[in-house]
Design a protein around this ligand. Structure first.
Ligand code: 5CA
Ligand code: ZN
Length: 414
């Protein structure tokens, strides 16, 4: 499927340090060591509603990883999926009485426009679940051959006990898993399952639902097997990072890894699993099902500068949970104005230290808030204020260098 157009990334003269990222599996920072291009898989949207700030924050987090790798001199091979057939999409289409294909296409297009406005680099491969059905069928076939898939009526389930490392991605206990499985697309109470945590990989045809032919009868793919199949096909085994919001730690990323690793023993799925915090609004996690949403597109249509939206998101460390408030947006609008003013002067306080501070902070687990403090200090010194005394114009080319690192590393084009 078509992605969106990437903004140009300025080529920096300075090179950033090697990139560390917090790995959920080890619970600490790990040094990424890409061999050849850095390989990144980020779970994409289920396109049944518009992009909200929670989605935007998560995609921006991994955009920072993409940019940090590039700043460190790596090429990046980036894959993202679109869950363009799944229960929530079909349910919404039914509810609002619109064709599910049309709904998915419409919301995917809106997402592309939102990502482009926010200057998020596009994936090299943007892959839908529907177009991946042959890959899914192939992966299920391999799991069947290994005895890791069994039938319940017309559905097929993946057996979590087939994976000796089950639980290795999340590090969760069975109780913790059972507590959320039902809320996150699982069906712990389905009769006939061998283990309540087993997850569906092929859902046999139901009246009124779309279905595709397969050796296991007509039906459609389950959710986790979709990302397992797409990531291994387009990135190969042992890719560098799988990313998503923290609500994907379990079951989604646990099951993706299990299914891929059982089908291909001895190969790791991803080397590290990185998760962004949850954005709340009105006291609760922002979610399509709860409806407490702030849409990127709604702000764009009311002429809010996308760079101010991007700045709000960058001001929160990607791993923290936080709550969106409109005040933060108005504050960021003022900051963007102020920074543009400083950058319009041409000369300014020395740029080299701020360039280095931004690249160092970014390579240290994508610490955008620390990077932004360095930029703010440069702006204050350049414009002069009570704390910094007189305006500093000692570096004649400062603005060009600061503008460049803001654009390349943080995606802020000012
Ligand atoms: N299609 C699947 C992934 S394969 C999916 O989870 N789609 S989604 O549309 O529900 O979410 C897309 C991404 O946004 C996921 O990484 C999810 O973790 C993230 N996300 C959803 N809600 C929030 C939120 N409130 N804050 C931060 N990230 C969120
Ligand atoms: Zn996914």
């Amino acid at each position: 499927m078509r992605a969106w157009s990437s903004p140009d990334v300025p080529q920096l003269t300075a090179s950033g340090p090697a990139v560390r990222i917090h790995d959920t599996t080890t619970g600490g920072p790990v040094l990424t060591r890409p061999e050849g291009p850095a390989r990144l898989y980020v779970c994409g949207i289920t396109p049944y509603d518009a992009t909200h700030m929670g989605h935007a924050a998560t995609y921006l987090a991994f955009d920072l990883l993409n940019r940090a790798w590039r700043s460190a001199g790596h090429e990046v091979s980036y894959v993202q999926n679109v869950t363009d057939v799944d229960d929530p999409l079909l349910e919404r289409a039914d509810k609002v009485n619109i064709d599910w294909v049309e709904l998915a296409e419409r919301e995917t297009e809106l997402f592309r426009q939102d990502m482009q406005a926010l200057r998020v680099l596009a994936p090299d491969h943007y892959i839908g679940a529907v177009e991946s059905i042959p890959l899914v069928i192939d992966l299920i076939t391999r799991l069947l051959e290994r005895g890791a898939v069994y039938q319940v009526e017309t559905d097929l389930y993946y057996s979590v006990t087939a994976d000796p490392d089950f639980g290795g991605v999340s590090g969760w206990t069975r109780d913790e898993m059972l507590r959320v499985f039902g809320e996150r697309g699982g069906d712990p109470d389905r009769e006939g399952k061998r283990d309540p945590l087993d997850c569906i990989v092929w859902r046999g045809e139901r009246e009124g639902e779309p279905s595709w032919d397969s050796p296991f009868g007509p039906g459609r793919p389950g959710w986790h097997i979709e990302c397992a199949a797409i990531a291994t096909e387009h990135l190969g085994a042992g890719f560098d990072v799988q990313g998503g919001g923290s609500d994907l730690i379990f079951p989604h990323h646990e099951m993706c890894a299990g299914e891929a690793q059982v089908a291909d023993p001895g190969q790791r799925f991803a080397r590290a699993y990185a998760h962004a915090g949850m954005v709340a609004y009105d006291g609760e996690k922002m979610s399509k099902s709860k409806g407490n949403l702030v849409f990127v597109s709604a702000l764009r249509h009311s002429d809010v500068d996308p760079m101010a939206i991007r700045l709000v998101l960058l001001r929160h460390h990607y791993r923290s949970d936080w709550e969106w408030t409109d005040d933060q947006l108005w504050n960021a609008v003022d900051t963007v104005d102020l920074w543009r003013k400083a950058l319009s002067l041409g000369a300014g306080a020395p740029a080299a230290p701020v360039v280095s501070a931004v690249l160092t902070a970014l390579a240290d687990d994508l610490d955008a808030p620390t990077a932004l403090v360095a930029v703010q200090e440069w702006v204050a010194s350049t414009l002069g204020d009570t704390e910094h005394g007189l305006a500093d114009a000692s570096d004649p080319d400062a603005a060009a260098a600061v503008r460049q690192v803001l654009d390349a590393a943080l995606g802020l084009a000012l």
